[in-house]
Ligand binder design. Structure first.
Ligand SMILES: Cc1cc2nc3c(=O)[nH]c(=O)nc-3n(C[C@H](O)[C@H](O)[C@H](O)COP(=O)(O)OP(=O)(O)OC[C@H]3O[C@@H](n4cnc5c(N)ncnc54)[C@H](O)[C@@H]3O)c2cc1C
Length: 418
C-alpha cells in the first residue's frame, strides 16, 4: 500500500478484491492458510515484513470483518496466535520469526505457555525450572503446572532460570521448547468441573536448540511481560466464529479443527458466568423483583465492561502497547462472572447444584458455579491485577519486596532447588 493513509473503506475494498481473486472453498485448509499467510491478510496488523500488512488493529479488524462477511476461513485461534506470535514479533530474532510465524498462521504449530510452577504462579519470577547450556543446546530440568493445551502443543513458551547468582528477574531466559521429545512428560489434570484442560509438564533433561531464545540470555523477563500483557487483554476470545463460512473442503476442515480445539475450552463460557443466559433463566423461573435487580445489575456491568474493552482496543489502535486497562478489563470480567453466578444460583435455588441432562438447563448452572473461580486465578489473580492497577495506573507505592535485589540463590523459597 502506498500514497494516502489507508481508510476503512479502502482496506475493505482491497481485502475483498484479494479474496475474490484467491479464495477457493475447496482447497485443503493448509493450502488455503498458506496462501492467506503469504498475502498478509491473515493477520493484517502484523508488520509488512512478517506476514502482515502493517495496518492499525482497527483497520485490521475491518479486513477481518470483511473476510468473515465474505465467508472465507481465517487463521486459527489459540495461544500461538494470541500470545506466542506477539511475543515473537516484539522480541524474537529474525531467524525465529521466519521459522515460526508462518506455521502459527497456518495452524501447523500449536503452542502452550510454560510459565507457572507448583510454587510459583503469582511470584512468577521466583521460578526454579533450570536450563543449562550444553554445546549447541540448552538442557532443561524442572516442572510446570496449569499448562493449558500442553497435550496438543508443538512448542512451549518456556521460562527457565539460567543464572542463580543475579536477582530473580534478571536470571530468567525465555525459550521456545519443542514439546515432542523424550525429556518432556505431559500429565493431564482433572478439574472439579470434570474437564481436563490443563496439565502438569515435567522436564527431565529436555533439550532446546541454542538459537530457540526469545530475547537474550537472562533477559527473558521483558518478553514474559509482553506475553502476560497480551494474556490480560484477551477477554473471552477463545472460540472461533465458524458461522458464515462458505461450504467446501476448507470450511469442513476448519470446522473439525475448531471443534477439536473447543474441547479444551468447552467450559470457558461457564467460567465467564454466562450472563447471556440470565434473562432467559429469569423468564423461565419467573424471577422475583429482587432477583430481577440482580440480573439488571449484571447486564449493566457487562455493558460498561465492554466499553472498557473498546478503550483498550482504541489505545492499541493508537499504537500504544497493552497497558493496565487489560488488568481493569480482567478484574471486571471476574467480578461480572461471580455476580452472574450468584444471580443464577439465587434464581435457581437448590436446583443450581444439580448436574446431568435432567437438571435445570442440563446442569449448566452447576457448571457455572464451579467454573467461575478459575477466572479470578488464570492469567494473574485478582489480587495481582489490583497491585498492577495500583502501581501502574494510580501511582501508589510499589509492593514491598525483600527478595528482588538479592542473588536468587540466597532467596528463601517454598519450591525445591532442582
Ligand atoms: C484456567 C486456568 C488456566 C491456566 N493456564 C495456564 C497456562 O496455560 N500456563 C501457565 O503457565 N499458567 C496457567 N495458569 C496458572 C495461573 O497463571 C496461576 O494459577 C496464577 O498466576 C496464580 O498462581 P498460583 O496458582 O501459584 O497461586 P498463588 O500465586 O500461590 O496465589 C495464591 C493466593 O495468594 C494471592 N497472592 C499471591 N501473591 C500475592 C501478592 N503479591 N499480593 C496479594 N495477593 C497475593 C493470590 O492472589 C491468590 O489468592 C492457569 C490457571 C487457570 C486457573
Amino acid at each position: 500500500m502506498s500514497g494516502a493513509p489507508p481508510t476503512a473503506a479502502g482496506v475493505r475494498a482491497e481485502a475483498r478484491e484479494w479474496l475474490e481473486a484467491h479464495w477457493d472453498p475447496d482447497l485443503p485448509l493448509l493450502e488455503w492458510r498458506r496462501v492467506l499467510a503469504d498475502s498478509g491478510w491473515a493477520s493484517p496488523q502484523w508488520p509488512l515484513d512478517w506476514y502482515g500488512r502493517g495496518l492499525s488493529s482497527e483497520l485490521a479488524r475491518e479486513a477481518t470483518d470483511e473476510r468473515q462477511f465474505f465467508g472465507a476461513v481465517g487463521p486459527p485461534i489459540g495461544s500461538a496466535m494470541t500470545l506466542a506470535a506477539p511475543t515473537l514479533l516484539a522480541h524474537g530474532s529474525d531467524e525465529l520469526k521466519r521459522r515460526l510465524l508462518r506455521r502459527i498462521l497456518t495452524g501447523e504449530d500449536r503452542w502452550c505457555q510454560l510459565f507457572s510452577e507448583p510454587g510459583n504462579g503469582s511470584d512468577l519470577a521466583g521460578l526454579t525450572t533450570r536450563a543449562e547450556r550444553d554445546g549447541d543446546e540448552w538442557v532443561v530440568s524442572g516442572q510446570k503446572v496449569w499448562t493449558t493445551g500442553a497435550k496438543t502443543a508443538s512448542f512451549g513458551m518456556l521460562l527457565a532460570r539460567t543464572d542463580w547468582d543475579t536477582p530473580k528477574h534478571r536470571g530468567i531466559t525465555y525459550f521456545v521448547l519443542p514439546m515432542d521429545q523424550p525429556g518432556v512428560e505431559v500429565r493431564p489434570l482433572r478439574q472439579m468441573n470434570g474437564h481436563a484442560s490443563f496439565n502438569e509438564v515435567f522436564f527431565a533433561e529436555a533439550r532446546v536448540p541454542a538459537d530457540n531464545l526469545v530475547g537474550a540470555v537472562n533477559d527473558g523477563w521483558s518478553a514474559a511481560l509482553t506475553t502476560l500483557a497480551h494474556e490480560r487483554g484477551l477477554g473471552g476470545a477463545r472460540l472461533v466464529a465458524t458461522e458464515g463460512w462458505q461450504d467446501g473442503r476448507t470450511a469442513r476442515e476448519a470446522m473439525a479443527e475448531a471443534a477439536e480445539y473447543a474441547r479444551t475450552y468447552a467450559w470457558y463460557p461457564q467460567r465467564a458466568g454466562r450472563a447471556d443466559l440470565l434473562v432467559e433463566v429469569a423468564r423461565e423461573i419467573g424471577a422475583s423483583p429482587v432477583e430481577r435487580q440482580l440480573v439488571a445489575d449484571v447486564i449493566t456491568r457487562t455493558r460498561v465492561a465492554s466499553w472498557n474493552v473498546e478503550r483498550g482496543r482504541a489505545a492499541r489502535a493508537a499504537g500504544r502497547p497493552p497497558g493496565p486497562e487489560g488488568s481493569v478489563a480482567k478484574l471486571a470480567g471476574s467480578d461480572i462472572a461471580r455476580r452472574s453466578a450468584n444471580a443464577h444460583a439465587t434464581m435457581a435455588g437448590a436446583a443450581a447444584m444439580l448436574t446431568g441432562p435432567s437438571a435445570l438447563r442440563g446442569g449448566i448452572i452447576a457448571e457455572i458455579l464451579i467454573s467461575v473461580p478459575a477466572g479470578s486465578i488464570a492469567g494473574g489473580t485478582d489480587e495481582i491485577q489490583h497491585n498492577i492497577v495500583g502501581e501502574r495506573s494510580l501511582g501508589l507505592p510499589r509492593e514491598p519486596s525483600s527478595d528482588s535485589q538479592v542473588p536468587f540463590r540466597e532467596v528463601r523459597t517454598n519450591s525445591p532447588r532442582q
